[in-house]
Design a protein around this ligand. Structure first.
Ligand SMILES: Nc1ncnc2c1ncn2[C@@H]1O[C@H](COP(=O)(O)OP(=O)(O)OP(=O)(O)O)[C@@H](O)[C@H]1O
Ligand SMILES: [Mg+2]
Length: 343
């Protein structure tokens, strides 16, 4: 990162609620870090972005604010999105933005036209000739290995941090879609609530996420430790009764119950997506199966869970968390008609 770049190149961005990924043609994925920014409150200067900023969550003093500018698939702070992108682009390209030919930004499905316009303006501000915006689910399908340009219906489910998105694609377009806020951050919140209620322990969002990643399983066949016992995680937090630091052990069975409740909403949305898909395309889905992408695809038993509901083959994308950014790489090459606007 950081060396001067020669020639014009195309750049793809996955602007996710949890993670920001940037692909540069000829160089590959050069940035893959949390969508988090730390700001000096007085000077409004950027202190850090990505992993460095994530490390400051819950640990800053009054002078520094740590911001997650995307929440539940919507932009809660467009100025901070701008700062994150400016900071990372400056780091990657050392201000040589004129070397960028095309910039494609994949965005959550729920963002407004005003926010889209603000992102487009940012491209202009960076001095980039052509800025395009496209749907995350389309890039997820392509990056997950699906040929979306076939006249055959394809269903993709992307379980991200802020949203779970469902998309039926045919001939390169999204023909039916849904987006719900039941995804990684919501799972973490439910885990936090449970630990508070059951174990009388207050835990931070990062601890909740660690519990989830360590124990997440939807199958009855729960993850076990070396001794063959159900896997547990020792969570550190604040005892609600004494107010003192305390550690409790949470097991995979408890987390499975929480996740199964969350997945009821995902299941209902998947069914309603299928029910509202035109019959010819719905028929294709039976042959083509379902593709799962996003960080939540890594929850144990997701494949079996969806196969049981739908009766069709389910594929977990090989690299679920880079499917969207890999999709931008393909879109930049092959898709000519997807842009939202041009300067
Ligand atoms: N092994 C794992 N098991 C369960 N969840 C995981 C695992 N690894 C990552 N996650 C979760 O996946 C989520 C991040 O996924 P991803 O990077 O696809 O989201 P995003 O693209 O930033 O969000 P969105 O698409 O909603 O805007 C986080 O909530 C993270 O905790
Ligand atoms: Mg995503």
């Amino acid at each position: 990162m950081g060396e001067k770049t020669k020639g014009k190149m195309n750049v793809g961005v996955d602007l996710g609620t949890s993670n920001l990924l940037i692909y540069v043609e000829g160089r590959g994925t050069v940035f893959n870090e949390p969508s988090i920014i730390a700001i000096d409150k007085a000077s409004k200067k950027v202190v850090s972005v990505g992993f460095d900023a994530a490390g400051l969550v819950g640990k800053t003093h009054d002078k520094v604010e740590v911001i997650k500018p995307l929440n539940g698939g919507v932009i809660s702070d467009i100025d901070m999105i701008r700062e994150i992108l400016l900071f990372t682009f400056n780091k990657i390209f050392m201000s040589n933005m004129e070397h960028i030919n095309k910039l494609l930004i994949c965005i959550p499905s729920e963002i407004t036209d005003t926010e889209k316009a603000a992102i487009m303006k940012l491209g202009q501000e960076l001095g980039i000739e052509k800025t395009y915006i496209d749907e995350e689910i389309k890039a997820a399908a392509l990056g997950g290995g699906i040929d979306i340009y076939n006249p055959s219906g394809q269903l993709v489910v992307d379980i991200g941090g802020g949203t779970t998105d469902f998309g039926v694609l045919s001939l390169g377009e999204v023909v039916n879609s849904r987006s719900i806020k039941v995804a990684g951050d919501y799972f973490d919140k439910q885990i936090t609530n449970y630990v508070k209620e059951k174990h009388k322990l207050e835990i931070g969002p990062q601890t909740a996420e660690k519990i989830k990643v360590a124990l997440a399983s939807l199958t009855g066949d729960l993850p076990v430790n070396e001794e063959g016992n159900t896997l547990t995680f020792s969570a550190m937090g604040r005892d609600l009764v004494t107010g003192l630091p305390q550690q409790v052990s949470v097991n995979a069975k408890e987390i499975r119950k929480i996740l199964l409740e969350c997945f009821e909403t995902i299941k209902a949305t998947l069914i309603s997506t299928l029910e509202s898909t035109p019959p010819e395309l719905a028929g294709d889905l039976v042959d083509n199966g379902i593709q799962i992408t996003g960080g939540g695809a890594q929850i144990k038993g997701v494949k079996e869970y969806f196969e049981k509901i739908t009766g069709v083959e389910v594929r977990i994308s090989k690299y679920p968390m880079t499917a969207v950014v890999n999709g931008t790489k393909k879109l930049l090459k092959i898709d000519k008609k997807h842009y939202y606007g041009e300067f």
